[in-house]
Design a protein around this ligand. Structure first.
Ligand code: CU
Length: 156
């Protein structure tokens, strides 16, 4: 009795099908932000900060994991809530930490980067209006050789 019954075969193939069709759907996750989770890219803990008067700018932070074999290169960020989105890093200049715009942020293969206050971050200028606590912001991350990724996050 080594052969599978047709019914069991059918059951197994439909299970496989279910497993595959599950793949592109967002995983059920406890994090508040709606962020991409794929075999290659995983974004967690995405949040933006409240803009301070005169509400000219704000910033966003997140952890970006790269499970893939290639480095992922972020080359830009945009949102309909601001005119300008920039990639920023922090540099020590004459003993003071200053932020500086950079052309790209690299997420190395099999590694992750943490965008956070005082380190690499996403920066937004010319906001449409104040970013208030609880606002839902939609950002799009642009990559050099990877599809752009939309991240929904909350202002906190
Ligand atoms: Cu900045």
């Amino acid at each position: 009795m080594s052969t599978l019954t047709p019914k069991l075969k059918y059951l197994m193939s439909s299970l496989l099908l279910m497993a595959c069709s599950n793949d592109p759907a967002p995983s059920v996750d406890s994090s508040d932000s709606q962020a991409p989770h794929s075999d290659v890219l995983e974004i967690d803990d995405a949040r933006a900060r409240v803009s301070r008067p005169p509400h000219a700018n704000s910033a966003a932070f997140m952890t970006i994991e790269n499970h893939g074999d290639q480095d992922l290169v972020i080359v830009g960020v945009k949102t309909n809530r601001s005119k300008i989105g920039e990639l920023h890093t922090m540099l020590n200049q004459d003993g003071k930490m200053k932020m500086r715009r950079v052309e790209r942020l690299v997420v190395p293969s099999k590694s992750e980067i943490e965008l956070k206050p005082g380190a690499d971050h996403l920066m937004f200028f010319e906001l449409d209006k104040a970013w208030r606590k609880g606002d839902e912001i939609e950002l799009t991350l642009l990559f050099a050789e990877y599809p752009e990724q939309t991240v929904k996050l909350e202002v906190e």
